[in-house]
Write a protein that binds this ligand. Structure first.
Ligand SMILES: *Cc1c(COP(=O)(O)O)cnc(C)c1O
Length: 359
């Protein structure tokens, strides 16, 4: 008899990464399937990572001390409120492993980030998905109603991947007032740098006086370091300590720590690029609406095209023009495709294809 895998593992949904871009007519090829940043590394980041490589025979700093201090200064929080991991997905895994087990429940909106059901079920806890409300926004009322005595955590994705809208700050404050404080509320802000709605949630402002709130941030999206795997949480010191306790030792590599630190130092250039992407997103979203698509408010670096049953048709049409988008196929009306916002030239192809699609 072969060794038997835990039933929990055998039943996990599979994470499907965005596919590479196909080659379209005239060599056109855009990978708009993983919400990656289209820009090359910021000034000084390659150099910092490369010089860290000279010490590859050494373990990295397990405490991520230099990076922790830089992020602590940026957020104006003490360093003991931070915990790092190989991407904020890893931080979420460690957090849930530290707090959840069989018999617990974790509430999150659905459709949302594909990693949530996996991260939750890995701990043995039960996933409690709550359908998004009209406009593909989190239905915080329904999420509150889904809380039971078994609830250990609530995950809030703002802006929501893959549909785009951010949770409103005032609504999130009301929600936090209503949620018992033994329940962790995780505010996943992977795309917060792209937000330009003044009413959108500002996770960092929710931390004071609320030891159950955890804010997740990543260097993968706006900072353009997806390949290096660095993310962190800002939380109560006891919660952050629990995340560090559950984390893999030496998870964040030496070049990744150096690159993240150098990216923080290049923040002005970074924000300039983010502004460019925001403008491109707003333009692309408005054009798609003009073409007759019901695009939800896009606050990340991506737009959502609701497509229902036509989702595979949409994805094929984009692929044959050299654009890889990310189809979400559950087989119901909530299906659609997510398109990452990149270069203007890619948006032009997206709009050309979109104008030919049934809607
Ligand atoms: C991309 C993303 C993350 C971060 O991923 P890492 O690369 O692991 O930092 C977290 N949450 C959401 C919703 C994302 O889309």
């Amino acid at each position: 008899m072969p060794p038997r895998v835990r039933a929990t593992i055998a039943q996990l949904p599979v994470y499907r990464p965005g596919k590479p871009a196909p080659l379209g007519p005239g060599g056109v090829s855009y990978k708009l399937s993983s919400n990656e940043n289209p820009f090359p590394p910021l000034y000084g980041v390659m150099e910092a990572a490369a010089s860290a490589c000279a010490q590859m025979n050494r373990y990295p700093d397990m405490g991520n001390v230099a990076l922790t201090n830089a992020v602590a200064a940026k957020f104006a929080v003490p360093p003991d409120r931070l915990a790092f991991g190989t991407g904020s997905v890893a931080v979420l895994y460690h957090l849930l492993q530290a707090f959840c087990e069989s018999g617990d429940e974790v509430v999150y909106a659905w459709r949302s980030f594909e990693a949530y059901p996996i991260a939750v079920q890995l701990t043995g806890a039960a996933a409690v998905p709550v359908p998004l409300g009209p406009g593909a926004v989190h239905d915080l009322g329904a999420m509150h109603a889904a809380i039971t005595p078994a609830t250990k955590a609530v995950l809030i994705c703002t802006p929501n991947n893959p549909t785009g809208p951010a949770v409103r700050h005032a609504e999130l404050v009301d929600f936090l007032e209503a949620v018992p404080d033994h329940i962790l509320v995780v505010v996943d802000e992977a795309y917060v740098e792209f937000v330009n709605d003044p009413n959108a949630a500002r996770g960092a402002e929710l931390l004071a006086g609320r030891p159950n709130v955890v804010v997740l941030r990543t260097f993968s999206k706006a900072y353009g370091l997806a390949g290096f795997r660095v993310g962190f949480c800002v939380a109560d010191p006891a919660v952050a300590a629990a995340v560090r306790a559950a984390a893999l030792p030496f998870g964040v590599s030496l070049p990744a720590q150096a690159a993240a630190l150098a990216s923080l130092a290049a923040e002005d250039a970074l924000l300039e690029r983010v502004r460019t992407l925001i403008a491109e997103r707003d333009r692309l979203g408005a054009e798609l609406v003009r073409l007759g698509f019901d695009v939800p408010a896009a606050q990340g670096n991506f737009v959502w095209l609701p497509a229902g049953e036509a989702t595979p048709t949409y994805a094929e049409a984009f692929a044959s023009a050299g654009v890889m988008v990310r189809p979400y196929v559950a087989g119901d009306a909530s299906d659609g495709v997510r398109i990452t916002v990149g270069e203007a030239a890619g948006s032009a192809v997206v709009l050309e294809v979109a104008s030919t699609l049934p809607r």
